[in-house]
Write a protein that binds this ligand. Structure first.
Ligand SMILES: [Zn+2]
Length: 293
């Protein structure tokens, strides 16, 4: 069984602390993953204001997000401007690239993208991608080969704007199989590699799943004959859930689960069945999420 592993990096703290820790853990297992970096301002602390919204409050209580992320993350960008991650953490990002991980763009401003993607016009979407793309290129010395929108918040217009950049593929939605997205009668040349498995905050605390049985519950969701793509977060598996993630990798090794980066899942193919995105609510997440139709 093959498992595509992607690491989403949303914050300054995740980049500074979580990325080097995950690089060490992966190095010990001789594994290469795909890292999607956010390189603009870290305004994730604005999440705090969303506490006022009941759906998010319930999720905070269920996952103890404050202990998960640290209070500095929750406050970041609320009372003072957030640090520009690509400025402060260029070394951590460069090191991940030099260790052989695949490097992709997550966002310029993760928080702004999640909140505003539906309202932004084409030029604003393009500008957000361009800023992230250029910053990441200047950090690693190479253009990122792939991208993944923040929070799986991807519209058809965002797909069209992404197609103007030289990404080999994108990973912008939840789904079951690799597909070529279409927008109207336009086929987007960049295939989509959907995430098939739930994230930590979606799975923990549901159906009696706790820290002790989490990895077994996650592994039970793998499809032996299908596409398997897992997202971990530098802020979670790279900081507070390091031991859980080490145990996950050990379990994968004993069960003959081969962990690969996302790009290698294309296996040199460029043609995939056509598909479209639907924007619908999803269990465990706030608001709509792009899903493979
Ligand atoms: Zn993210």
């Amino acid at each position: 069984v093959k498992l595509g592993l992607r690491v989403d990096v949303d914050t300054y703290r995740g980049t500074k602390l979580g990325v080097p820790a995950l690089c060490d853990i992966l190095y010990q297992h001789d594994l290469r993953a795909t890292f999607f970096f956010s390189v603009g301002p870290d305004n994730m602390g604005r999440h705090l204001w969303r506490l006022l919204r009941p759906a998010f409050l319930i999720k905070m209580l269920r996952t103890k997000a404050a202990s998960l992320y640290g209070f500095d993350i929750l406050l970041r960008g609320t009372f003072w401007p957030g640090p520009v991650i690509g400025e402060k953490c260029a070394n951590e990002i460069r090191d991940a690239a030099e260790e052989g991980h695949e490097i992709g763009l997550h966002a310029w401003d993760h928080h702004a993208w999640q909140r505003n993607v539906e309202r932004w016009d084409a030029a604003t979407l393009f500008e957000q991608i361009r800023r992230g793309f250029e910053r990441l290129t200047s950090i690693t010395g190479e253009a990122p080969t792939c991208s993944a929108v923040a929070g799986w918040r991807c519209t058809e217009q965002a797909l069209v704007e992404k197609a103007k950049f030289p990404f080999t593929y994108n990973s912008d939605c939840r789904g079951r199989s690799i597909f070529t997205p279409t927008v109207g009668d336009q086929r987007i040349a960049q295939p989509q590699i959907p995430v098939t498995l739930p994230t930590y905050d979606e799975l923990i605390g549901t159906q009696g799943i706790d820290q002790h049985n989490y990895n077994d519950a996650l592994l039970a969701l793998l499809e032996p004959s299908g596409l398997n793509v897992l997202t971990i977060h530098a802020e979670v598996e790279g900081i507070v859930c390091q031991e859980l993630f080490r145990d996950f990798l050990k379990k994968c090794a004993t069960r003959n689960i081969e962990i690969v980066n996302l790009g290698s899942m294309l296996e040199g193919r460029t043609e995939f069945p056509d598909g479209t995105l639907k924007l619908e609510p999803m269990q465990g997440r706030e608001g709509w999420v792009a899903q493979q139709r």
